[in-house]
Write a protein that binds this ligand. Structure first.
Ligand SMILES: *Cc1c(COP(=O)(O)O)cnc(C)c1O
Length: 386
């Protein structure tokens, strides 16, 4: 059975051009970029060319780009790197209640070292409350880390306003931009952002390569110590194939983003309208328009998301109950709970995240099958109303 993959916020298939671009570096061009002979220098040149492409894509300069192993590492580096480098100034960090676990767990870890964390609440659409953010700022606040766009519900934060608040108060601002980079044009020069994290595998690149943007003049400690790679900011022999791949993924995104957006948004609205037409007692989670164009998070009353996911999987349709990182813990999504959705309803939510390889035919099939599945599950549900 051909699978229908609608979990593109968890990871994406690899673009063919990206795959082709990295192949030589897994084969004949295996050289260590730090070695001295000509073959190695050629590889080093390619790494630097790739860095320039990635930097240009987000409006940064090459020296501001650190290659990492992915979103999680970039986020850890940003938050821990700032925390340990600035702890003399203060030990207070502000984040939000709708962050990815990479941010939440890093902040929790820092508590062991005496850091205090404030979690800014969100409104019913998942948007951070800016007035509370302003009031939360203290003399000893050293960092604000707030996600750009949420992976579960797609809500896009008012990044510009947040960066203005941080800048005005002379506080470093980091954003987890993993879900936005590669989907929506996004440059660091019109945001007063000091640190920005993103990851290749969320936009058609393989897993294991990420980027941390560090604005010139931003002081932070390295996370990984060792050799002199990445200007001593991230030790370890470079993931050359990954670096080449993410540069190609950036080029592919640059040329395709606009068409993809229109196509994917059309598919999302098609699915959304079909759900509205054919299934009663539903709710769409997230902001109706300040949202990623590919993400549709739907709450189905009286049933559990896990059961829907399993039934869809039997039909070859792959979705998520929200965050892949939570899917084995069977806990209600912290993001939905933060938005004020009650526990039972939060359990009945499914995230469809559409990608550039999805077709109208696939979405039609999903729209066809879904009402039956929901009806069947509601029939046997103990939560069902009388
Ligand atoms: C996937 C994701 C991450 C983690 O990135 P990895 O490259 O998988 O480590 C962090 N934040 C958000 C919003 C994500 O969607």
């Amino acid at each position: 059975m051909n699978k229908i993959y609608l979990d593109n916020n968890a990871t994406t298939p690899i673009d063919k051009k990206v795959f082709e671009s990295m192949k030589p570096f897994l084969n004949s061009e295996y050289y260590n970029p730090s070695s001295a002979y000509e073959s190695s220098q050629k590889v080093r040149d390619i790494v630097e060319k790739s860095r320039k492409i990635v930097a240009d894509f987000i409006g940064a300069s090459s020296s501001e780009i650190i290659f990492t192993s992915g979103g999680t590492e970039s986020i850890n580096h940003a938050i821990k790197g700032v925390a340990f480098a600035h702890q003399k100034k203060g030990k207070h960090i502000i984040t939000s209640s709708v962050e990815h676990p990479a941010v939440l767990s890093t902040c929790e870890f820092l508590k062991k070292f005496g850091f205090e964390i404030t979690y800014i609440p969100v409104d019913k659409f998942g948007i951070v409350k800016l007035d509370i953010l302003e009031k939360a700022i203290r003399k000893d606040t050293i960092l604000i880390s707030i996600i750009s766009a949420n992976n579960e519900i797609g809500t896009i934060q008012p990044n510009k306003e947040i960066s203005n608040i941080a800048f005005k108060n002379n506080i470093l601002y980091h954003t987890d931009a993993v879900q936005i980079i590669g989907k929506i044009p996004y440059t660091v020069d019109n945001l007063k952002v000091n640190l920005l994290s993103f990851s290749g595998h969320k936009f058609y690149c393989p897993k294991g390569i990420g980027v941390l943007y560090v604005k010139k003049g931003t002081f932070l400690y390295p996370l990984i110590h060792g050799g002199h790679q990445e200007k001593r900011r991230r030790a370890g022999t470079e993931n050359v194939a990954g670096i080449v791949a993410i540069a190609k993924a950036v080029e592919v995104a640059n040329t395709g983003m606009k068409d993809e957006k229109n196509k994917i948004l059309f598919l999302k609205n098609f699915l959304k309208n079909k759900i509205i037409e054919n299934i009663p007692d539903i709710r769409f989670n997230g902001h109706p328009n300040k949202s990623l164009f590919n993400t549709l998070n739907v709450g189905f009353k009286y049933i559990e998301g896990e059961s829907i996911l399993t039934m869809l999987d039997f039909e070859g349709i792959q979705v998520s109950t929200g965050s892949a990182c939570n899917s084995d813990s069977l806990q209600a999504s912290h993001v939905l709970l933060a938005m004020g959705i009650d526990k039972v309803d939060a359990h009945g939510s499914i995230r469809f995240s559409i990608g550039k390889y999805n077709t109208k035919k696939e979405i039609e099939k999903v729209a066809d099958i879904l009402p039956d599945i929901i009806m069947k599950l509601r029939k046997i549900s103990p939560l069902k109303r009388d």
